[in-house]
Design a protein around this ligand. Structure first.
Ligand code: NAP
Length: 245
């Protein structure tokens, strides 16, 4: 069992049940943060909280459901009393050729990746500002800077996140640092959910050859957070060394 000190900084991490979110929770907890693990799969985050031990709390929440985020924020306020970091990480990458066949996937990506991050931020912002400021980490993607056939709506959500983050950065400085992280291929469960079979197989092949472990991204997030308050790492683009586009 781990042991983040009582009274340590509080980091709320969406999508903490797997991949980059889980890895970020582990690294920040190791560094002494109290971590709030948000995701829909309660059994997964409860198990992780149990493994981390003191200073880790699992709270079931769906970022597409504002009511569940409000309930989560209420619980954080009541049980931990503060939020210093919000990591907007929850996301889905439902790749495939653009067309009506994937209309449901398109909606899910916009509602989760973009609107979910916007809603979580709006819901937690008061707590983030309450103690003189904090940090907002937005997990975007290489697809927030590039686009290619097959990732149109996924890229749209991440380009959207980038534009929204830059506006927020200017609005909230210097109290809240907005840190935009743009990973390339990372070995997580992200490709598991692709519904277009041919695209899924191609993505899995590419990931098998290229992807880096999620802990690498978690370490970068922790590094950015560890800089003095006068230093803001606004945008971090990180690809596996073997990834071209
Ligand atoms: N892996 C990569 O190559 C890569 C590259 C660039 C950017 N990213 C970004 O990194 C972020 C994390 O993805 P990952 O790679 O770690 O994939 P992952 O292992 O599939 O994790 C995705 C996380 O998002 C959560 N999530 C999905 N829908 C949610 C919802 N409606 N409400 C709350 N949580 C939700 C999932 O939890 P539940 O299912 O339990 O709710 C899970 O914890 C995403 O934003 C993704 O776009 C990933």
């Amino acid at each position: 069992m781990g042991g983040a000190p009582a009274g340590g900084r509080v980091a709320v991490i969406t999508g903490a049940s797997s991949g980059i979110g889980e890895a970020t929770a582990r690294v920040l907890h190791d560094e002494g943060y109290r971590v709030v693990l948000l995701a829909r799969r309660l059994a997964r985050i409860a198990r992780l909280a149990g493994e981390l031990g003191e200073g880790a709390v699992a709270v079931a929440a769906d970022v597409t459901d504002r009511g569940s985020l409000l309930a989560a924020a209420g619980r954080v306020q009541a049980e931990l009393g503060r939020v210093d970091v919000l990591v907007n990480n929850a996301g889905v990458m439902l790749l495939g050729p653009f067309g009506a066949e994937l209309a449901g996937d398109h909606r899910r990506m916009v509602e989760t990746n973009l609107l979910g991050a916007i809603t979580a931020t709006e819901v937690f912002l008061d707590q983030l500002l309450a103690n003189g400021g904090g940090d907002l980490v937005n997990v975007s993607s290489v697809a927030g800077r590039t686009a290619r056939p097959g990732n149109a709506v996924y890229a749209a959500t991440k380009w959207g996140m980038n534009g929204w983050s830059e506006s927020l950065r200017q609005q909230l400085l210097p109290d809240v640092r907005v840190i935009l992280v743009e990973p390339g291929a990372v070995a997580t469960e992200l490709t598991d959910h692709i519904t277009h079979a041919e695209t899924k197989a191609a993505a899995e092949r590419m990931y098998e050859q290229t992807a880096i472990p999620p802990g690498e991204i978690a370490q970068i997030i922790a590094f950015a957070l560890s800089r003095p308050r006068s230093v803001s790492l606004n945008e971090i683009l990180v690809r596996p060394s073997g990834q071209a586009g």
